[in-house]
Write a protein that binds this ligand. Structure first.
Ligand SMILES: Nc1ncnc2c1ncn2[C@@H]1O[C@H](COP(=O)(O)OP(=O)(O)OP(=O)(O)O)[C@@H](O)[C@H]1O
Ligand SMILES: [Mg+2]
Length: 394
């Protein structure tokens, strides 16, 4: 319950201040509004966890106040508790019919009744019986598919493939919420690839107090780079700032993203660490990007052997052979034999075209729509999503 936000709407200042102080002492975050209209504005702007109000408002009828909150998507599922100066059964009935969850009359016993109600409302084991709230939980709390991109060595095309495949997933599923988070330390590169060097990045977000980085924060503030369609949580802009990242926050941020997006796509690069391993273990799909040079293939074999000791299921590994370094190098069959994993996709060598698209911050599918690579991106994106869903049993 600590940290939950209660909006108190009451036109009697003494009563409002008394309630506000009472709940602040109990470690709630409290918002106050002296009129019905102010109450509506604050409720819609700040979306508190609960609205406590005296229905004897001066400026707006009780029924209208409740209807307005119930009929707006921002507050349709918010618990509404009337703490009323009016004991008349008629008003009680009006309010209950309009959609309040509880109607209490101000009296000496009201505070303890109220506390009991708050306990029930905010306890996860006994969520309040609010039809609106139940719907919100079903609809808004997602359990998005987590897809991580990594490689055994740098320069294999991990970030380019991550951005381009995420874009193709979003294109195939326009209704889905897709977010890409660049977790590569000490410097991320997806921002550069998609042409987004904004103010929000992994460092700024992990610096915010956890209470401020709820899912709404990401929905509202993460940029959606032009042409790429997904939302981006860009990576650390420089090593200096990377040092200040609170490691434990990264896992929490990924959990929040999974609760509000259909697809959470992470660029982990080649950093196998205390931070990235749990994310890999949790992922629905692990995109292992392999380039065709011997040393990368050998290192990939080492990584895969390590994964097996960490209980990672081979079915989740989606290996892509990316011909980033030219036409020479190992073949698909040779790579499969050395690593001991099937290669699901081979990306062709695109010479300087790939770097050019990256430099112009354009997705391959848009810059070179008829290129084989574009077709492969599209097919791979669809195949990845299908596999991830099948592994979830969907
Ligand atoms: N199939 C390809 N054909 C041609 N060039 C490619 C191909 N794939 C990637 N590249 C190029 O390889 C370079 C490295 O790509 P990218 O930055 O995506 O790799 P990375 O594995 O993320 O590297 P880092 O270790 O720096 O994070 C880029 O210039 C990119 O344009
Ligand atoms: Mg990279």
């Amino acid at each position: 319950m600590v940290g939950k936000c209660i909006l108190i709407v009451d036109n009697n200042p003494a009563s409002r201040v008394f309630l506000a102080n009472h709940f602040r002492r109990k470690q709630f975050k409290v918002l106050e509004a002296p009129t019905g209209k102010d109450g509506l504005i604050v409720a819609w702007r700040d979306t508190p966890d609960l609205v406590l109000f005296d229905p004897t408002l001066d400026d707006i009828a009780d029924q209208e106040f409740i209807y307005k909150l119930r009929n707006d998507p921002r507050t349709s599922g918010t618990p509404l508790i009337a703490l009323s100066t009016d004991p008349a059964p008629a008003r009680r009935e009006t309010c209950l019919n309009a959609g309040v969850n509880e109607y209490l009359v101000k009296s000496s016993g009201a505070l303890s009744a109220l506390e009991e109600i708050l306990n029930q409302t905010f306890s996860t084991e006994h969520p309040m019986d609010t039809p609106g709230k139940a719907e919100e939980t079903k609809e808004d709390v997602k359990n998005g598919l987590l897809i991580v991109f990594l490689s055994a060595k740098g320069g294999t095309g991990t970030s380019s493939l991550c951005a381009n495949l995420a874009m193709n997933i979003q294109q195939a599923e326009p209704e889905a919420h897709v977010v890409v988070a660049d977790l590569v330390l000490p410097i991320g590169s997806i921002g550069q690839i998609v042409g987004e060097e904004g103010k929000i990045n992994l460092v700024t977000v992990s610096d915010l107090p956890p209470g401020q980085t709820k899912i709404d924060y990401f929905h509202k503030h993460l940029p959606k780079p032009e042409r790429w369609r997904f939302q981006l949580l860009a990576g650390s802009p420089d090593p200096q700032q990377a040092n200040s990242i609170k490691g434990e926050r990264i896992g929490q941020i990924v959990d929040i993203l999974c609760s509000g997006y259909d697809f959470v796509i992470l660029d982990i690069g080649r950093s196998l660490s205390r931070i990235s391993l749990p994310l890999i273990q949790k992922a629905d799909l692990i995109l292992l990007v392999v380039s065709t040079d011997q040393s990368t293939v050998q290192l990939t074999k080492t990584i895969w052997e390590y994964f097996q000791t960490q209980g990672i299921d081979s079915q989740k590994i989606y290996a892509i052979l990316n011909r980033a370094v030219g036409l020479e190098g190992v073949t698909k069959t040779e790579a499969e034999e050395i690593i001991g994993l099937p290669i699901k996709t081979t990306m062709p060598y695109m010479a300087s075209n790939f770097a050019l698209a990256n430099n112009l911050s354009q997705p391959i599918t848009i810059k070179y729509p008829t290129d084989t690579a574009s077709i492969i991106f599209k097919e791979t994106a669809t195949d990845m999503v299908k596999l991830a869903r099948r592994l979830r049993g969907w």
